[in-house]
Design a protein around this ligand. Structure first.
Ligand code: FDA
Length: 396
């Protein structure tokens, strides 16, 4: 005997729960299935446990998608303000950090609890620990699912299984397989918002700097740049600037790092020369940069052993190039193991930007990170989950 409902959502993550509540409030009978033991596991660990749930300065240019206009419809139908309003109605305390990022004051669990409450109020049923064994579309247009908990069928099937990042949290390629089963194109995926790894010799060289953070501007060869903190790690480079730029970086490319993005080193050195002409250049640079990094540059003979007053015009040019345009060639990234998002996914040209329905398979929908949409660091990925989920929920 197959159990019937109007809507089945596969994936009890950010997008799936939002979509389920949105459809439930329209009077649809909604069942959410997930193979995990808990709903919203990524939300719980997000934002260092405080969930950066959206961004006050949301802009569509902060989304990466092979069809850049695709995101506009959902993001304008369900905006950051709509989600902030929801959070406030549930009494979740939050605060703003730099770049408009909004975080919970207490815990990301407040967001998961809020979504559970919304689903309860909307009459949504959530069934965890359920494996989907097969999906077929019958002649009557309904989707029939065989699951580890029995047979189910529905009029609208929503795939909200997320991307490949963090397999230890249950990420699977299942959503891509469903898309392919129904003839939809899936664009190549790769890890995004992910730390860089370094070649062994660079890794050894910078290992002592592990834990050191400094404000920088990092640019890719294609000219995309971000000004935020860089963090040296024992594996390579991380920090917000690196995570951001990683989504635009291609293997084999170098990145250019401006180690002093707010000052011009030649001007700083000119001022220092006036006040302390006999100071060693090394000492002077250690006042504006991490001392260990300056020592590494010296060990590599990239900086002259001289006093400030001995600096020649050419020296100043070389110093400026090194510090404002430090070239680093990452070996790769840490991959899906630590990536916050997956770039690529179900091709948005296959979907309606208003409803998220597959053009080739009426009644089948894709929302959230499983689609070829990802955002910058800063709450953009959750906002995409809320916006695409809510919009879809209005039509399923
Ligand atoms: P999500 O991954 O949330 O949910 C997918 C669901 O599908 C999961 O519950 C999973 O168990 C289920 N599933 C998968 N395969 C299945 C299968 N075969 N059968 C049944 N169920 C299946 N973003 C942001 O905006 N602000 C932030 O602070 C952070 N922080 C952050 C930290 C870390 C460590 C990570 C890894 C990611 C973030 N992100 C983030 C990104 C954000 O978590 C992500 O973009 C959203 O969770 C995507 O929501 P989805 O609902 O699409 O997928």
């Amino acid at each position: 005997m197959s159990q019937s409902c109007d809507v089945i959502v596969i994936g009890a993550g950010a997008a799936g729960l939002m979509c389920a509540a949105s459809a439930g409030y329209r009077g649809r009978s909604v069942l959410v299935l997930d193979n995990a033991k808990k709903a919203g596991r990524k939300i719980l660990i997000s934002g260092g446990g405080r969930c950066n749930f959206t961004n006050n300065d949301l802009s569509t240019s902060a989304f990466i998608c092979s069809n850049p206009h695709f995101v506009k419809s959902a993001l304008s139908r369900y905006t950051a303000w709509n989600f902030i309003d929801l959070v406030e109605r549930h009494g979740v305390a939050y605060h703003e950090r730099e770049h408009g990022q909004l975080f919970c004051d207490d815990s990301a669990k407040d967001i998961v609890d809020m979504l559970h409450t919304e689903c309860d109020w909307a009459g949504v049923k959530i069934q965890l620990r359920t494996e989907i064994l097969s999906i077929e579309k019958a002649d009557d247009g309904r989707y029939h699912l065989q699951t580890s908990q029995g047979a189910l069928n529905c009029e609208s099937l929503v795939v909200a299984t997320g991307g490949l990042s963090m397999p230890k949290l249950g990420a699977t390629p299942y959503g891509y397989k469903v898309a392919e089963q129904f003839g939809l194109k899936v664009n190549a995926t790769k890890a995004g918002l992910v730390p860089f790894t370094l070649q062994q010799h660079d890794k050894d060289k910078y290992a002592d700097l592990s834990g050191v953070s400094l404000p920088v501007r990092i640019s890719t060869e294609s000219g995309v740049s971000f000004k935020e903190a860089l963090l040296f790690t024992h594996r390579g480079l991380s920090g917000p600037s690196v995570l951001q730029v990683s989504s635009y970086w291609n293997p084999g490319e170098a990145v250019s790092i401006n180690l002093l993005p707010d000052t011009e080193i030649t001007e700083t050195l000119a001022a220092m020369t006036e006040s302390s002409p006999n100071q060693a250049l090394k000492t002077a640079l250690a006042r504006v940069l991490p001392k260990r990094l300056v020592e590494i540059f010296y060990a590599d003979e990239l900086l002259p052993e001289c006093t400030l007053k001995q600096l020649q015009h050419k020296d100043l040019n070389d110093i400026s190039t090194l510090l404002h345009n430090w070239q680093v060639k990452p070996n790769g990234t840490e991959g899906y193991r630590t990536a916050e998002v997956t770039l690529g996914g179900v091709d948005t040209n296959e979907l309606s930007s208003k409803t998220m329905e597959a053009k080739k398979a009426p009644g089948l929908y894709f929302i959230g990170e499983v689609m070829d949409v990802s955002g910058w660091l800063g709450g953009y990925n959750f906002q995409w989950a809320w916006s695409s989920g809510w919009s879809c929920g209005q039509f399923v």
